[in-house]
Design a protein. Sequence first.
Length: 337
Amino acid sequence: MSGRSAVLLPWIVVAALALACGGNGGGEKAGGEQADTGPLLVTVNGVEIHQADVDEETARLFRRFEGRVSPTQAEQMRSGLARRAMENLINKVVLLSEVSAEGIEASESEVDSLHDSFKSRFASDEEYQAGISQLALSEADLRNGLLEQIEIEALLKPVREEVAPPGDEEVRAFYDENKESFHQEEEVHARHILLMTSEGEDVAGKEERLRKIQELHEQLTVGGADFATLAQQHSDCPSSQSGGDLGWFGRGRMVGPFEDAAFGLEEGEISGIVETDFGYHIIRNEGHHDAKQLSFDEVKEDIAQQLLQQKEGEAIQVYIDSLRQKAEIVFAEPQIG
């Protein structure tokens, strides 16, 4: 039971796009073509979860780490992610079963509002269409995912409301007991453009990518092209959708050559071409933080929010466990992992 706690809350609050691609349960591809669902793994309250559903959810989880850990590390994570994917899908079904039992229904206006909010995160309609196409989603898939998100949040609202927020003494005690956790490490904020290569790729293929990234580097450093725009147009990393933005990260979070280059740049400076196991990168330093100890006043609101989310997560876990206990869960094959 404890293995589900770490993955339950993130599944519930993931972005709408991620929710929509956690298995459509209908065995169809986005375009309506019948897909190969693979073997049946488990039936939950009459809803079948097939290997293809778990594979899709595993791929979604895997994308969170893509470009942030080495290919070798990423592959080592796959079996654990497959177990998490199975738990996510079972939790989703039992939650939606309870949504149906409680008669909770999202309105079209609620779905429209959330859809508009989600779509506004993209710079253009073309980027939005590319984003959902990348995950083989149709507009109907996305809207169904948004509808499910709204209904599950409505189901869980009473559970959240019963959770009391942490008091001032609890927040201060947490800070005093975990001061080392509030030492801000040296960090950089970076964007990158990645042209991926793969093991076993022929020399001609790698040379073509090298030639292309050299051209992009010249456009940036000589032609003054906008980095974010080129990242959106050419980068193979999922961060391309946000202009190559990787956010803030500390040492030890990226592969060695990438880290060395990013931390060695001045703010606003663009690197040369950096080669890693992923391929060829161009990196732009967007900012730098020196290491320092954060004061209580700087972090007290974040601590309070963290403790509240932890309590809500525990309460939701108890609630989910109660739903799973009364659910009919029948595994067709030995469980993953």
